[in-house]
Each structure stands twice: as C-alpha cells, then as structure tokens.
Design a protein around this ligand. Structure first.
Ligand SMILES: Nc1ncnc2c1ncn2[C@@H]1O[C@H](COP(=O)(O)OP(=O)(O)OP(=O)(O)O)[C@@H](O)[C@H]1O
Length: 368
C-alpha cells in the first residue's frame, strides 16, 4: 500500500447464490490520478469489480477499502465514486443541463451553485452552448460527453466507466478514446475503465488488469503486458503472438523447433518445459539460409502498414509475421529474431509465482 492508494481489494470473492464464484480472492490496489483498465473476455468479472467499487453489490468475502476505509457495507450514495454506464442511462425527458444537474438537485444544492457547476462540467467536455438541447437531439458521442459531465459534476474521486464506447462506430470510438484520456489527465481523477477491446486498453491506460475467469492474470503498464505477457492466456488475448513449446536448457539458452537459441530469460530449472512467445512484428524476413528459422509462406494479406504473412516450419508450427517486406506464397524464407524477442513462459504460472521467480533470480544474479 502506498500513500497514493485510493482503492484496495483484499481477497475479494463474489458469488451469486450457489453458482461458482465469479470473482475469486481478487486483490489489487488502485492509485490516485491514474487511468486504469479492466480488460478481459465477456463474463470474466469486469463489471462485477466495478459494481463492488460503486457499492451496488457487496463482496461474499474479503474486504474493499476506499481511502483505507473499509466500505463493504457503505451504500453507493455514500461513496465518492460515480459510474458512467454503457448505455449512459440519461433521462430522455430532461435537457442536457437538467441531466447534468440531476444529482446536485437531489443534494438540494442552491440554484446559483448548480448553475455554476453544471456549466463548468459542460465546458470540461466541450458542450458549452448545448445546455437546452434535448437528449434525443444529441449524437452518440455527445450523449457520451453528457454522461461524463453528469459524473464529474459531483466531483468524485473515482469515475467508473463500463464499456462506454462500445455503442459508437469505429471512427467516433477512436476520437472518444483520445478525448477520454485527455479529460482524465486534465481532471486528475482516477478513471477505471472496462473494456474487452485490447487495442483500446493498450492505447488509453496507465495500468491494465487482465482478467480471466474471476482472477487477475496480470497487471502492469501496457508495455509490460504487451512485451512480457506472463502466460499463454495474456499472450493470446493481448495482440497477436506466436506460441510454441520449448525447453529451457539453462539460463539464457532455450530450445524450440529442434534448435537452441540465445535468449534473455533465466531463473528456470534446467530442461524445464516452457512456452515460447514471439510477437509477429519481432520476426524479420531473410533469405532462407540467413534466418534463425526456415519456413514456407502459406498466406499473405496486405494490412495497409504491413503485410500479415502466415508461414509454417518443418514441424508444422505456424509463424505469423508482420513485415513491411512482401513475400511470395509458397516460397521458402528465413525468419530472424533478436534474443530479446523471445519471451519464455512457465506452464500455468501465476503472476505471483512469476514475480517471485524473477525476484529470486535477480537476487541470485546480483550476488554473483
Ligand atoms: N446478478 C447476478 N446473478 C447471477 N449471476 C450474475 C449476476 N451478475 C453477473 N453474474 C455472472 O457473473 C459473471 C461475471 O459477470 P460480469 O458482468 O462481471 O462479467 P463481465 O466481465 O463484465 O462481462 P461482459 O463483458 O459480458 O459485461 C457472469 O458469468 C455473469 O453471468
């Protein structure tokens, strides 16, 4: 725990009726002023975490802290947390101003103060001049901004956003990603954003929690998670990856596809069976005898910035390559990669075990 911690989960489990738990002993910390993303496939428990933070539901076991105060049974309206829902949940019969003012009127705030705060919130989301518009006259992106203004007008410490961009078309979605990120920086409020879109998560977040089946598989910055996925699920879910079985011969020496390669990983047992991850953009096309692997090109697609080339090695492993160089379907080529491009993963390793392994290894290598 740091001084900056605003939300803390301690071994939180959530179970509905007699169903298996949808969250299993989840622990994490959220710091003030950062943009967090909960990322994972449908049903993995993302919305459940948001609802526990908002106070709409209580944990079955474990503890939820906000500002180091135990809030398990503190009701939603007593928490300094506001939610922006997927469908925005705006009131269609109220205009923009009244939608944003709604919470303040319930709090019985004075009219002149409401007026000042609502205008300020609308200015923040670039909707000055739209006060009297009806909600049905607003576009999807504008409704989104009204929903955000309605959240920030309450000056919460945390804003929860549950897939708020999923109803927008791709172009608007990209614009809103940029806007939301900018808004979060200007406000300095903690944002916790839920999505199942990995590109969105990578583009927007300071920190990502990758969830799967009720647990956090990995947490870290977008680069941590993209460059060093700790297991097959994360590697598969975040971006595209080549994953093949291998054997760790000794520190910095790994074997796969029948050959031995230098790598930068250590701290595993000699001859331990591992999984090897190499990102498609880390593979370079060479002449057949100049690469580290020899493969045959199976398909090729032009993706605008690069070619997406699928190849097979002699063992039948598929290798996906993103390259600005063009290949020819059917031809033999070589694939070159740097030792740093090889990510070695232990089978079924949890994040905690992975961290411990690296820590123990670092300590060991410092002594030598
Ligand atoms: N009120 C409830 N009663 C019973 N089961 C529930 C309830 N709410 C959620 N669940 C179950 O809990 C699991 C996790 O749901 P949750 O909404 O947290 O997932 P999610 O990751 O947000 O998924 P999605 O991306 O589809 O919204 C799902 O299997 C869901 O069916």
């Amino acid at each position: 725990m740091t001084n900056n911690t605003i939300i803390r989960f301690e071994h939180v489990t959530k179970q509905y009726d007699d169903d298996p738990p949808v969250l299993k002993e989840v622990s994490f910390e959220i710091e003030k002023g950062k943009f967090y993303t909960l990322l994972g496939p449908s049903g993995c428990g993302k919305t459940t975490i948001l609802r526990l933070i908002a106070g709409f539901i209580e944990p079955s076991s474990g503890k939820v802290f906000i500002n180091e105060k135990l809030v398990n049974d503190v009701p939603a309206n007593k928490r300094q947390v506001n939610t922006v829902f997927q469908d925005y949940a705006l009131f269609p019969h109220l205009n923009v101003f009244e939608n944003v003012a709604f919470g303040l009127r319930i709090k019985k705030m004075k009219n002149n103060e409401i007026d000042r705060k609502v205008r300020e919130a609308l200015r923040f989301v670039n909707l000055e001049g739209y006060e009297n518009r009806e909600i049905r006259e607003m576009s999807g992106g504008q409704r989104q901004r009204v929903a955000i203004a309605r959240a920030i007008v309450n000056e919460p410490e945390v804003i929860l956003l549950d897939e708020p961009l999923s109803a927008l078309d791709l172009k608007l979605r990209t614009e809103m990603q940029y806007e939301l990120r900018e808004l979060q920086r200007r406000l300095g409020i903690t944002f916790i954003f839920v999505t199942h879109d990995q590109e969105e998560a990578l583009a927007m977040s300071d920190e990502i929690f990758v969830l799967n089946n009720g647990i956090i598989e990995q947490s870290g910055t977008p680069t941590d998670i993209y460059d060093e996925p700790i297991n097959r699920f994360v590697a598969d879910f975040i971006g595209e990856s080549n994953i093949v079985p291998g054997i760790m011969r000794q520190d910095f020496l790994v074997q796969f596809t029948g050959k031995t390669f230098d790598c930068v990983d250590g701290g595993l047992n000699p001859n331990e069976a591992v999984e090897i991850v190499i990102r498609p953009e880390d593979l370079e096309i060479t002449k057949p005898d100049q690469g580290k692997l020899r493969v045959q090109v199976d398909t090729q697609l032009f993706r605008g910035v690069h070619y997406e080339i699928s190849c097979y090695d002699q063992d039948g492993n598929e290798w996906l390559v993103h390259s600005t160089k063009k290949a020819t379907v059917g031809e033999e080529i070589g694939l070159y990669f740097d030792p740093e491009a090889i990510h070695v993963m232990r089978h079924g390793e949890t994040e905690e075990e992975f961290d411990k392994r690296l820590e123990a290894y670092d300590e060991g290598s410092n002594e030598n």
